[in-house]
Design a protein around this ligand. Structure first.
Ligand SMILES: C[S@@+](CC[C@H](N)C(=O)[O-])C[C@H]1O[C@@H](n2cnc3c(N)ncnc32)[C@H](O)[C@@H]1O
Length: 288
């Protein structure tokens, strides 16, 4: 079978298996030297660029996508997030496109020297995506990243090295490593995309997520807010006056998190930010 015969057959299979067509294109582009134009123009030379061995490998991976519902990013082992080439394994959450915006919000709100030259922490770094993008943006800042998963920290370290960014990684639960480093009242910014899905919803997400992504990256406790409460209540001990705090959250959580921030009493300038789909996805605040 040549490449095009295989490709057309798999396009049909996407319908039968209810998998988006673009995922087939994505996997092919990620694992071969083909470009979008080759696929769009159905370039006849394509068959020469895809060796039988490569076609067999593509097919084996793609069949796992169809039958096991494995996300294509885990099958390829990497993805682009912003302009970063990141490795991913099932030990880390696949960084989502909407999370990219958290960096743009920080860039817009944190232009003063206290932020540019300050100490930043990414709590729950996973693949390291946010920390690495922060390091790329704040050239003079000191960037720390924390995760409770040692396997995730291994991937994050690899990603930081591959993207030539210097980040200090620490293992531990939320602020624990910061206490050991005596970073109380020293941080210019805290950023986090914490687990925020209510426990009983984690089991009812798409099978790609429920069956393959780490539940420790998703499960935010009974109401989804366990980790967010910790981030709201403990961050003021570590942030300097004017320090910036921002997290990602789930659709429907914005007003509750706003009230948690107000109730805490340490925050000012609380702002809710939307993602590309118009969902209230991020909330930021500053220490009064
Ligand atoms: C939603 S994922 C975010 C990953 C990454 N920052 C991103 O945006 O793609 C949440 C991360 O928090 C980590 N995590 C969960 N509980 C934690 C805890 N108690 N302390 C530190 N990290 C934790 C998980 O291991 C996971 O990597």
């Amino acid at each position: 079978m040549n490449f095009w015969e295989w490709y057309d057959r798999q396009l049909l299979a996407t319908k039968q298996h209810d998998v988006p067509k673009y995922e087939l294109e994505w996997l092919v582009l990620r694992l071969t030297c083909l470009d979008k134009l080759d696929l769009r123009l159905r370039s006849p030379s394509v068959s020469e660029k895809i060796t039988p061995e490569l076609l067999t490998k593509l097919d084996q991976l793609w069949q796992q996508r169809l039958s096991d519902r494995l996300p294509v990013q885990y099958l390829a082992g990497s993805l682009m997030w912003r302009d970063l080439d990141l490795q991913v394994t099932p030990a880390v959450l696949i960084p989502r496109p909407e999370t990219e915006l958290i960096i743009d919000i920080i860039a817009e709100h944190c232009q003063d020297a206290i932020y540019q030259n300050g100490i930043w922490v990414d709590l729950g770094t996973g693949s390291g995506a946010i920390a690495i993008a922060l390091a790329q943006h704040f050239l003079k800042a000191e960037i720390h990243a924390i995760d409770y998963s040692k396997d995730a920290l291994e991937i994050a370290t690899l990603n930081a090295n591959n993207n030539n960014q210097k980040i200090q990684f620490h293992h531990g639960s939320w602020f624990e490593p910061l206490a050991k480093l005596n970073l109380q009242n020293k941080l210019a910014g805290i950023v986090s995309n914490p687990p925020y899905i209510p426990s009983d919803e984690v089991l009812n997400l798409q099978p790609e997520v429920t069956n393959h992504e780490p539940h420790s990256a998703l499960d935010g406790g009974r109401d989804g807010l366990d980790d967010i409460r910790e981030l709201v209540n403990t961050a003021p001990i570590y942030l300097i006056s004017g320090g910036f705090w921002i997290i990602e959250m789930m659709k429907g959580q914005a007003e509750i998190v706003r009230s948690l921030l107000i109730k805490n009493g340490s925050y000012t300038n609380i702002q809710i930010h939307q993602d590309y789909a118009g969902i209230n996805r991020f909330i930021s605040a500053q220490i009064a």
